[in-house]
Design a protein around this ligand. Sequence first.
Ligand code: ADP
Ligand code: MG
Length: 240
Amino acid sequence: MIKVKNLHKQFGDLKVLNGINEHIEAGEVVVVIGPSGSGKSTFLRCLNLLEDVTEGEIYVDDEMINAPSVNVNLIRQKMGMVFQHFNLFPHLSIMDNITLAPVLLKKMTKEEAVKKGQELLTTVGLLDKADAYPAQLSGGQKQRVAIARALAMNPEIMLFDEPTSALDPEMVGEVLDVMKDLAKSGMTMVIVTHEMGFAREVASRVLFMDQGQILESGTPDEVFNHPKNERTQSFLSKVL
Ligand code: ADP
Ligand code: MG
């Protein structure tokens, strides 16, 4: 579903991604781990075309998405993204947060979008908050809404960048539970997280990134219990 070939990204003289090659199949749940500053967020942002690619090719469904002729908005509609800070629109109700994009981009009528919004809010356990505003919700609830909002566009792929890092500890579980359900439903997911227990349980594959490269890729058992690379071993010894 996603093919990345020799991806490089530089910010000025700073080389942040140094030749990433990766294939992600439909239905895979890929968890990306690695030290701070290793390029994990930049990798996700390149997949979603939130960053210009310096060199290399990214294919989604066999279409090269970092070509000049590509309709960036259509590509982004295939991918939902959830960030550390939920980025909900503070002046819109929860339902309006969820229905805004599908209606604005003419994917659905308002009526269809509200119906879909009700289904999604039910899935994340927040139907009773449809008319509330973001400021009235806890961090965990806001992040569950952010996931529902991303799903409202019917994406093929969901990208998560440290979705629980800004949450109080008691709220991490409720967000991870929503992500687990989504994984079980067969969604293709790429997740940057420091939640190693979640990675062990849910990932079909774990990628270890360091200094802009993927140094190790394998099942949770392979990467966590039998890491081959010295830098993976050293990273895991600090976080496990
Ligand atoms: P991670 O998510 O693994 O912590 P990032 O992808 O955020 O790493 O960052 C990798 C490196 O790229 C860091 O050195 C960071 O400072 C740098 N970087 C990220 N975004 C920008 C930017 N927009 N401009 C300049 N440098 C950036
Ligand atoms: Mg990051």
